[in-house]
Design a protein around this ligand. Sequence first.
Ligand code: ATP
Length: 302
Amino acid sequence: MSAIVVEGLRKQYGDHEAVRGIDLEVADGQVVCLLGPNGAGKTTTVEILEGYRNRTAGTVRVLGFDPAGQPLALRQRIGIVLQECALPADLRVAELLDAYRDYYPHPRPRDELLDIVELRGESAAPIKALSGGQQRRLDLALALTGDPDLVFLDEPTTGFDPAARRRCWAAIRNLAALDKTVLLTTHYMDEAQELADRVAVLVDGLIVADDAPHRLAGRHLAPTHVSFHLPEGRSGDDLPAVPGEIAAEGGKVMIATREPDVALYTLLAWARRRHLDLSGLAVAPPTLEDIYLALAGSGATR
Ligand code: ATP
């Protein structure tokens, strides 16, 4: 079963076509991340899926429904966490959750919600006493009160410090463990890498890549960079033959290789036999950011 099926989605604003024919399928229980530069069409796409914007063309099914017109049966099964949300400062966390729970016929138990977002200890705290990160997690708990099958998260950790981001990631992982489907937008590559089963990259209204983070746009086939300082008294010509391209400049060696294990074994064996030190040895596989920037940079798709 697929939670989201989009075919040939288009959105025109006046003369400008912001979404130019998107196909996207999200399986039940998947965490899919939509990445893209500013103005790529992410918000437009997500808000069409949520039922807040109308499409110009294409078919969209969310949990089997057409979201246009926001049918109640769909609204009861989705949770939305917006980038910003003002919460009533004077209420206590438990009071606000209970007020939300009253809206739903079968709400999740309050303590379960607090556990998912790791706020059980703050249950009696007034909302104004929570940090920004804690308020965002409370926001997530509110989106989960009706026990939705599908959750939309819009840049859930923007502006957080590293510790707060990790707490939020833990909450999102808890969601995934409950088999919720999650569609996440973010500008952080580490977030996509950490959380997503799949990453779809949107550039200029088109999806230009869609795959697991480690395979996106051939990432698993792209070269790994091995670097180290040339040992004293050695030149680039002394280095052993390794698979890939070797560049030695200013005492630093950089090897771009698609067989990093063979290259490393050969280099380390060579250095050990000669009692040489490969100082500063670093192995850098292609990052999601490298791949993303190449995709987003080549974005002259019109
Ligand atoms: P960001 O990362 O900056 O939030 P985005 O990928 O979410 O960007 P959208 O907000 O969907 O991009 O915008 C896509 C394009 O459509 C942009 O060129 C934007 O200016 C334009 N656009 C968005 N909303 C409207 C609107 N209501 N009326 C006219 N143009 C719009």
